[in-house]
Write a new protein. Structure first.
Length: 500
């Protein structure tokens, strides 16, 4: 098997192993990037915070969303340089997944041959979960890129210590310390940056520990990994502790149920089958030894955490898809090696053929992820309806108050309208949605209006609001106003009320 891999590495296709996945992933990411100029509620948070000054962002992080602070500051810089647009909002995610695909290709080539690297790199951007966040103005794709880079650095270090034969590194690890120090430092820095983007990415460390155990790493390697990993954890610990005080932000996540584990179970099954094709063996550095822990440990770790506090959302462990892509690549590489003796000329068509078939099979998914309907709502579309229906001097209400995001992203559409419930704006209050007046004041303000626009969720996605302020809004509208027009568009609703 080793000779097959060596021959594969020297093949004429080696030069396209990492550039091809990069170009491929960029193409997938740029295809339909604007999603018909739609922006949904999560991206609207990024948009409106990135438009604030650095000082205003820092003030806000003291009250809310500290866990995304580094990402907001990064996007603020990009908005300042390139202006606010859907391209500026989403292009960092496209570039990040392309970088992750390059890392997968390099890891796969090093551990399982050129075809494995090429197949894994091309497969990453096609995974449905990755396709969703490939074009998302949130930090999860950047975390995936960081996890892929840290894994590549670890593989590089383990390869140097143990050699290509998979021999335990106990005897050689001590001789690599000085040369390896810059890479260990880069490893710790990468893990730290990922944690500052989303501290649940620290689950990559136990995944890497499982790889070290699998390959029977020497004591020196274990000590270096533990020391540099501890530095990354220590650097992220203040954010972890402080963000726990803002845990109300994730209180909406439902408790873990059995049906929520169907997805992870399928992923682990697919990854396990691909790992078997790589002929995993204890003590050998292989694609299975790296990819399977990277896929399984974060998924299982998040399930374990969610038993204590509900946090199970696939985006929090999106970086585990790097492990799945690596395993898929290993499976494809094994198929090429198995077919080569029987079909010397046709074996090279297995990887491009499998990718082509996957593209066709996933075409409904690919088109769906690039449509506005793939997200729960669209703040831009509802802003357009407000601009069409509103008149100067009209009042506007938001139920719940978080739906004010559409006015923050598209302020021109709300020009001339009075936000009668708002007491302190989002910037002044250092919050995402601002602070509203008490119910009595809201009622009093509404009684002085002749026409009101209510912006809320569409009926199919709306949830009952238990807020006293929202109850006061609904009561006044029901008692003193009548509906004259009602529009629902892409998950949001605009209802026009006139005084009876």
């Amino acid at each position: 098997m080793t000779s097959d891999i060596s021959a594969d590495r020297s093949s004429r296709y080696r030069t396209v192993v990492w550039p091809a996945p990069v170009v491929w992933t960029l193409g997938l990411g740029l295809w339909g990037l604007s999603r018909q100029d739609s922006v949904w509620r999560d991206e609207a948070a990024t948009w409106q915070v990135a438009g604030r000054s650095t000082g205003e962002i820092v003030d806000m992080l003291g009250n809310v969303d500290a866990v995304h602070g580094l990402y907001y500051l990064l996007m603020h810089g990009l908005f300042e340089l390139f202006g606010a647009s859907t391209t500026t909002l989403r292009l960092p995610s496209v570039l990040a997944v392309a970088a992750a695909a390059a890392c997968v290709a390099v890891i796969g080539r090093r551990l399982a041959g050129s075809w494995a690297g090429l197949g894994g790199g091309l497969a990453l951007g096609l995974l449905p979960a990755v396709q969703f966040y490939l074009q998302e103005g949130r930090p999860y794709a950047l975390v995936a890129a960081g996890a892929a880079l840290s894994t590549l650095l670890l593989v590089s270090l383990l390869s140097e210590v143990s050699g290509a034969s998979g021999v335990s590194g106990a005897g050689r690890s001590g001789r690599t310390g000085r040369r390896a120090r810059p890479r260990w430092t880069a490893y710790a820095a990468t893990v730290l940056v990922c944690a500052l983007l989303n501290w649940l990415s620290l689950l990559v460390l136990p995944a890497h520990a499982a790889t070290l155990w699998w390959v029977r790493a020497g004591r020196g390697t274990w000590l270096r990994w533990a020391a540099y990993g501890a530095c990354a954890v220590a650097g992220a610990l203040p954010l972890v502790l402080f963000s726990r005080s803002q845990s109300d932000q994730v209180s909406w996540i439902p408790p873990l149920t059995w049906h929520m584990m169907i997805g992870p179970a399928i992923l682990l099954a697919v990854g396990g089958v691909c790992a078997l094709a790589d002929r995993p063996r204890a003590g050998r550095l292989s694609a299975a030894a790296v990819g399977l822990p990277l896929l399984a440990v974060p998924q299982l770790g998040l399930i374990g955490i969610s038993l204590v506090q509900p946090l199970f959302l696939d985006r929090y462990v999106l970086f585990s898809m790097v492990g799945l892509a690596l395993l898929i690549g290993a499976g494809l590489g094994a198929a090429v090696r198995a077919a080569r003796p029987l079909f010397p000329r046709g074996a090279g068509l297995i990887v491009p053929g499998a990718i082509g078939i996957s593209v066709l099979a996933l075409l409904p998914v690919e088109l769906g992820k690039r449509a506005p309907a793939s997200r729960v709502d669209d703040v831009m579309a509802v802003a357009g309806e407000v601009a069409r229906l509103g008149r100067p001097g009209d009042a506007v209400l938001f139920v719940p108050a978080a739906r004010r995001d559409t006015a923050l992203v598209s302020p021109k559409a709300f020009a001339g309208l009075a936000d009668v419930a708002l007491e302190r704006g989002p910037v002044a209050s250092a919050t995402l949605k601002g602070e509203e007046a008490d119910p009595a004041r809201i009622r009093q303000a509404l009684l002085g209006q002749s026409r009101v626009l209510l912006v809320t969720d569409a009926a199919k996605v709306a949830k009952p609001s238990g807020a006293a302020r929202d109850a006061a809004k609904a009561a006044v509208l029901k008692e003193r106003f009548k509906v004259v027009e009602d529009r629902q568009v892409r998950g949001r609703r605009v209802t026009v009320y006139e005084r009876r």
